[in-house]
Design a protein around this ligand. Sequence first.
Ligand code: ACO
Length: 345
Amino acid sequence: MTMPRAEITGWGKYVPGKVLTNDDLSKMVDTNDEWITARTGIKKRHIRTEADTTTSMACAAAHEALAVAGLTPADLDLIVVANSSPDYLLPAPANLIQHQLGAKCPALTLAAGCSGWVYSLVTASQFIQTGAYKNIIVIGVELISYAIDYTDRSTCVLFGDGAAAVILQPSQTEAGVMTFELGSDGEHAQHLMVPGGGTRKPLSQEVVDNREMYIRMNGQEVFKFATRKLISCLHNITGSAGMSPADLDLIIPHQANLRIIEYAADKLQLPMSKFFINLHKYGNTSTASIPLALVEAIEEGRLKPGDVTGMVAFGSGLSWAGAVIRMGEALAKAQPQAEVEGALV
Ligand code: ACO
């Protein structure tokens, strides 16, 4: 008996209404549009409003994805949520999202930094392949601005908030998740962490005074790790599928920094047109980054039924995760929308 692949049959996204431009940031810290654009490719990012919570953003994306798939929350067998910015330390966000959606199924939260959504996608696809579940929603949601120090110019220019979701169902065809690679290098965890507020350094006046409840990042070390993993993971996941990175119709990299993608494209000898990029609009939305890019690639008609895409995420942990997915007939439902604000590349 062959096991069915997990196919993407629905997709949706949500970004908060408040926009923070590079010029806005230049009034907050010692930076400017020229530096941010040249070093990162980011022009603006969306930041939560008073009305946005991790749960509300996730549910907005989930409702869109369910509608595209023609499902209701009651049809869901499992909710998987990738997140590192929960509404509360307890309960986990997936439970609150399950309740808010009105679903009755189990709900699982998976934290793996910016690699979390691809980790979640791969995890969910195992339940489909074994036949345990038929309708799974995989949500990436990040209200990362809560963990950003807006006095630290080396990190605050990079990140934005957002959410995106896909529905996975058993495929009747060759469409679906074909191969994957999951990875962890905890030895280098210190390069990207929130040092305070956990059990090792509980929240205290000292933590607040030292601003240790915010993300600290060794940008250059993370940059080197990211380029290395983007290249090796693309080779590995396509190799397992009997392909090479050049055979992919579209590559969806983690939207952290345009220079990371340009470096990888150069080393892989691939044109930048093979990479989907929307980081100029949203910055790095952590776990929401890859699904937000995937949803926009579908909405803009960059992915069509039969196309094969490779996605690679990397982030805190340090962690990385990649997957090769063949798109199915469900993508014919997408109404191609022009990219309204013009791509950077
Ligand atoms: N505006 C102006 N100047 C700045 C800014 C800023 N926003 N930030 C840093 N600088 C300055 C530095 O202070 C430094 O000044 P100095 O030379 O006087 O000391 C100079 O610019 C160069 O700093 P570098 O850190 O060497 O700059 P770099 O070219 O490495 O770019 C960046 C920094 C953008 C953070 C880069 O290292 C990077 O993108 N790293 C990867 C980060 C990443 O991908 N993180 C996310 C992955 S994981 C996740 O998604 C959670």
